[in-house]
Design a protein around this ligand. Structure first.
Ligand code: NAD
Length: 554
């Protein structure tokens, strides 16, 4: 093991600055927090989550970023090119302190083989979504979205609750690890297959998953008993999805709900082919990457074929944003797109109101700061039942990873209102240090991803990627603290372009103005993108909120 692999990153806590201002400090703490072993999946490789989603290109770049952030003045901006700091320019106080561009390739070259080649040469890194934009908060970041997705699925198909149902999925990694908790929070039983024992153990340790089963027999016995008793239970089943699903089929077991969150978007690094242990897969990956990719793609095809058959037999089946359908389709599974993606199936109406995963992090490191913001949000939105239920459940069920953080889905108008409340709480000293406010790139108006967020848009504009570019530009103009433009997140190279933003509430008047601008224009882009496409709810929202859209018909 090299020196680098032994490093342990942890964000500084408290209210003493290690930098020349709170915005720089926030960027420093969030970079370190992304790589905290409590937060990141493989911190020794700088990998935060989602296959090989990284926070910095290599340890040399990481050191240079840390040095640069410590030296950065309040009127300078640091530029990051795929995880490497490349320049510092004089800008101005209201400009972002950091601008990041990760994994972007010219469209005709935008594929995994070009990326792998450049990655090997040390010229790029894969930024995923919040890994390379320094606003990953551990699995909680995805829990609410996952919870809402299963809740909507329950409303559409099971009378509003998952009680008495079994959900089957695979992949208990950084994002997928939210599934067991999200299903049990909805009252259901969950079986999650993962080939890597350490991933299941990590979920059990962090209380996201209840038990580990060594065999399919054990998993089914546990799941069926809990289902029949109407109890919620989550089971992590050690196994390979491409092997287990066909066996389930042969036994005649049909789950009520079926999905998948292996990192199938990246066949080389994210999917273990059938017949391989994690260790053997690792070896083949380095010895024969092309051979590995072929085997992984074949297994993915078998996996999707089994999903299609289970769907035929009655399982409510959907793609959970990992591009598994596309990989299978390219391998000859022509029916792969017969099951829908989760966005058109369950999420799009929320996007029409500018809603999406909004998150905030206590830079103090003090959980009390988050509990105080929980109380504030409950008070600010007393009529939002879903939000009230979520915050209460989150307090009870979610362990913080790294810096204490919270997530919830807020829309246009609500985000600006809550941003101001938080800034006031910092200003009054009620909170012990500033708060970082950001969001996922999986969001209403900051992503173009035709197999996921923009799948089946009503005007056919799925592949138009002007929107994330405009989102990054308007957030920069509005004075976000850091802004990032990425390619390939979620679904892999060639399939998505998306932008991130983070804005710091440090209690100052300047921050108040920036928060108001950014937290209005950012969710506003979500409303505008969907209103422009013609979704009636988005059109209504734009009109009701007075968003100016020059060509929106009266
Ligand atoms: P991850 O790489 O941290 O975890 C993937 C997991 O899949 C690992 O634990 C791995 O052991 C397991 N796995 C790989 N091959 C397997 C196989 N054949 N059988 C069983 N288990 C296998 O990734 P993550 O962060 O959890 O993300 C998972 C996927 O979801 C990615 O494709 C990601 O892009 C996508 N994603 C979804 C959302 C969403 O909202 N649903 C959001 C972001 C990302």
């Amino acid at each position: 093991m090299s020196m680098d692999e032994q490093r342990v990153c942890r964000a500084p806590r408290g209210s003493v600055l290690n930098t020349k201002g709170w915005v720089q400090e926030a960027a420093l703490r969030m970079l370190l927090n992304n790589l905290d072993p409590e937060v990141a999946e493989h911190p020794e490789q700088l990998v935060v989550y989602g296959g090989i989603g990284k926070a910095a290109r290599n340890w040399e770049s990481y050191d240079a970023i840390v040095r640069s952030l410590k030296a950065l003045e309040d009127n300078e901006t640091l530029l990051i090119q795929s995880g490497k700091p490349v320049a510092v320019f004089r800008t101005h106080c209201d400009a972002p302190r950091v601008l990041l561009a990760n994994s972007n390739l010219v469209p005709a070259w935008a594929n995994w083989s070009t990326f792998y080649e450049l990655d090997q040469k040390g010229l790029m890194m894969y930024g995923q979504m919040t890994a390379g934009s320094w606003i990953y908060i551990g699995t909680q970041g995805i829990v609410q979205g996952t919870y809402e997705t299963f809740a909507e699925c329950a409303r559409q198909h099971f009378g509003g609750s998952l009680q008495g149902t079994v959900t089957l999925s695979a992949g208990l990694g950084g994002m997928g690890g939210a599934q067991p908790l999200a299903v049990t929070m909805n009252g259901g039983v969950f079986i999650g297959i993962d080939v890597d024992r350490t991933r299941i153990e990590k979920r059990i340790q962090s209380r996201y998953c209840d038990v580990l089963a060594e065999s399919l027999d054990e998993a089914l016995a546990l799941a069926e008993a809990a289902r029949d008793a109407g109890q919620a239970l989550s089971v992590g089943l050690l196994g390979n999805a491409a092997e287990v699903l066909p066996v389930m089929l042969s036994r005649g077991f049909v789950p009520d709900i079926l999905t998948d969150q292996t990192s199938a978007h990246d066949p080389l690094n994210g999917y273990v082919p059938e017949g391989f242990t994690v260790a053997a897969a690792k070896q083949l990956r380095t010895q024969d990457p092309q051979g590995y990719i072929q085997l992984a793609r074949k297994s993915i095809a078998r996996h999707v074929e089994a999903m299609l058959e289970l769907m035929q037999r009655g399982a409510v089946t959907f793609d959970y944003g990992n591009n598994i359908r596309q990989v299978a389709y390219d391998e000859g599974v022509k029916q792969a797109f017969d099951f829908p993606g989760f966005v058109p199936a369950y999420i799009r109406p929320q996007f029409c109101e500018g809603k999406g995963p909004f998150r905030w992090v206590a830079l103090s490191g003090d959980p009390e700061d988050i509990y105080k913001t929980d109380a504030a949000i409950l008070k600010a939105f007393p009529d939002n039942e879903g939000l009230q239920r979520w915050i209460t459940l989150a307090q009870e069920k979610i362990s913080f990873q790294g810096l204490p953080a919270r997530i919830c889905w807020l829309g246009y108008g609500e985000r600006a209102k809550f941003g101001r409340i938080i800034n006031d709480m910092v200003a009054s000293g009620e909170l012990s240090a500033p708060i970082v406010i950001g969001r996922d790139h999986l969001d209403a108006g900051s992503v173009a991803s035709p197999n996921r967020e923009t799948e089946a848009m009503c005007d056919g504009s799925d592949a138009v990627s002007d929107w994330p570019l405009l989102n990054a530009l308007v957030n920069t103009a509005a004075g976000a603290s850091w802004v990032s433009l990425h390619h390939g997140g979620g679904v892999g190279m060639g399939y998505s372009q998306h932008a991130g933003m983070v804005v710091v509430a440090d209690g100052t008047k300047e921050a108040e103005a920036r928060l108001e601008r950014v937290l209005t224009s950012d969710p506003g882009m979500g409303v505008v993108r969907h209103a422009d496409a013609g979704y009636p709810l988005a059109v209504e929202t734009a009109k009701a909120q007075g968003i100016v859209m020059p060509m929106l018909a009266d």
